[in-house]
Design a protein around this ligand. Structure first.
Ligand code: SAH
Length: 216
């Protein structure tokens, strides 16, 4: 067994299960995805710690627990189409792909989008990474069973709810009063019928406007 697999199993047990995540598909996926390979070399060995980490361009790979909890709230079934806004390192994308979701992911920083696309392909995860501002709807995008936003927002873009199929879920870190952020989930029961709920407090980098070649 590769030595990182022990680190991955330890991370799942100590950081994720202990905090109450019980959804088996995400626990298995996070034990199987090589998180250390989504970081830049000098940071490889700290990949498994209980923290977000820098990935370049002033952005971060999310804390493992946060990836697990958001994925649990989204609960994608194998074969379902999922849209991720904020590809970053591609780690969350890989976790969704490992569960069997068909992922389309958008990233506004070109260098990150390119790196994530290459990494996912190299590791055999099938996902589509677009260099795109996730606040704007691209033409001919299709519909999704899940939309996962991994950058903090003041409000949801209308089109994120519009592309959801009936039964679809949207999960996002929303800013609340006092400047903190909280995980928000919307379930689209039918056209125009939503069931909204609030979950854990969290901390994400902000969703920014426009695409860029390099630093934000
Ligand atoms: N899911 C990532 C963590 C993402 S951090 C991971 O697992 O590594 C949030 C990412 O959202 C950053 O890479 C940031 O550049 C990106 N982002 C910010 N605003 C955006 C926007 N408007 N459209 C697309 N991506 C955006």
């Amino acid at each position: 067994m590769d030595s990182w697999k022990l680190d991955a199993e330890h991370m799942v047990r100590e950081q994720i299960m202990t905090r109450g995540v019980t959804w088996q598909p995400v626990l298995e996926a996070m034990a199987s995805v090589p998180r250390h390979l989504f970081l830049e070399k000098p940071l490889d060995r700290s990949a498994w710690i209980d923290s977000p980490l820098p990935i370049g361009d002033d952005q971060t790979i999310s804390q493992p627990y946060m990836v697990a909890r958001m994925t649990e709230l989204l609960a994608p079934e194998p074969g379902e189409a999922v849209l991720e806004i904020g590809t970053g390192s591609g780690y969350q994308t890989a976790v969704l792909a490992a569960i069997g979701a068909r992922v389309t992911s958008m990233e506004r920083i070109r260098s990150l989008a390119d790196r994530a696309r290459e990494k996912l392909a190299e590791l055999g995860y099938s996902a589509t990474v677009l260099w795109h501002d996730g606040r704007e709807k691209p033409e001919e995008l299709g519909v999704f069973s899940g939309v996962l936003v991994t950058a903090a927002v003041d409000e949801l873009a209308d089109w994120w709810s519009e592309v959801l199929l009936p039964g679809g879920r949207l999960v996002a870190p929303l800013r609340v009063a006092s400047g903190s952020e909280r995980l928000f989930r919307r379930i689209k029961e039918a056209e125009g019928v939503f069931v909204d709920s609030w979950h854990e407090y969290c901390r994400f980098v902000p969703l920014l406007k426009g695409r860029t070649d390099g630093r934000p």
